[in-house]
Design a protein around this ligand. Structure first.
Ligand code: SAH
Length: 261
């Protein structure tokens, strides 16, 4: 390995190509090889015209590259002395398997650096003017996957009891089960819910409804992946869109209920 060789695990941000860090752009500008996920906006590759681009994503009808193969490729490229960027959608450590790649590099004694990115769960909320936390409405925010590795259930009762905004990644396929599980765990069927497809991209779409009606509404609007599901009273603060009910009117009663509970 030459002394220059290094692997950068880089967050590409949520989709809007301006929502990437300067540090990420600098890494792209000096990269020799860039391994790209399919959630990454291809416009970002304009920052690395000199680099060899290796797509390793899951979409586009192709089979995804197995994770262990990506891990080995990162190590092998660094051992050849290359400057490598592994460009991942959002933040590499938020449901991005960046941790696995880091551990593979660590085990092989390959120098690496993590460059965080803006995660889609926060950015999609911001684009809809939804603060993920809001004093008086909740105690925090919980990022959760809607699709566990072993298919096992999530701790729904604890999630409902936490009184945090739930930001659910990879949940669209399981929206009916998620909705049912949250209500069975004690969440009000009227709890505001928002789904954001292609957050921060030009083709962003969103639906706002209740947790009970959302599976139907999202299906009716033909919402597709990638999409973030947001559950919590903060959704009442969303900017008005065609589909959004007029939550502002009911906000005060939500606050009253929350404080009475
Ligand atoms: N590391 C990424 C998440 C990867 S998991 C991040 O930090 O954002 C993939 C899931 O992320 C998708 O199933 C979807 O739930 C979400 N996602 C990624 N990009 C998105 C976008 N632009 N809009 C909405 N959801 C997105």
């Amino acid at each position: 390995m030459t002394s220059a060789a290094k692997v950068y695990l880089v967050g590409a941000g949520p989709g809007d190509p301006d929502l990437i860090t300067l540090k990420a752009i600098k890494a792209l500008q000096q990269a020799e090889v860039v391994l790209v996920d399919d959630l990454v906006n291809p416009a970002l590759l304009a920052h690395c015209p000199q680099a060899r681009i290796v797509p390793v994503g899951k979409r586009g009808g192709c089979k995804s590259t197995p994770q262990h193969f990506i891990n080995r490729m990162l190590v092998a490229l660094a051992e050849q002395g290359q400057q490598v960027v592994r460009l991942k959608g959002g933040d590499p450590f938020v449901f991005g398997r960046g941790g696995e790649e880091m551990l593979a590099l660590r085990a092989a004694n390959v120098p690496y650096e993590i460059i965080p990115g803006m995660t889609s769960g926060i950015a999609a909320c911001a684009s809809m003017e939804v603060p993920v936390t809001h004093r008086g409405l909740n105690h925090g925010v919980t990022f959760v996957t809607g699709h566990t590795q072993d298919g096992g259930p999530l701790p729904w009762q604890a999630l409902v009891a936490s009184n945090t905004t739930l930001v659910i990644y990879m949940g669209l396929q399981h929206l009916p089960e998620i909705s049912r599980a949250l209500i069975e765990a004690g969440m009000s069927a009227d709890m505001p819910c928002m789904v954001v497809e292609n957050g921060t991209r030009d083709d962003q779409r969103s639906v706002i409804s209740s947790i009970q009606a959302m599976p139907y509404e999202a299906h009716r609007e033909e919402i597709k992946s990638p999409a973030i599901i947001v559950v919590g009273e903060v959704v009442t603060l969303a900017k008005r869109t065609e589909q959004a009910p007029d939550w502002q009117h009911s906000l005060q009663s939500w606050l009253n209920q929350a404080h009475a509970a």
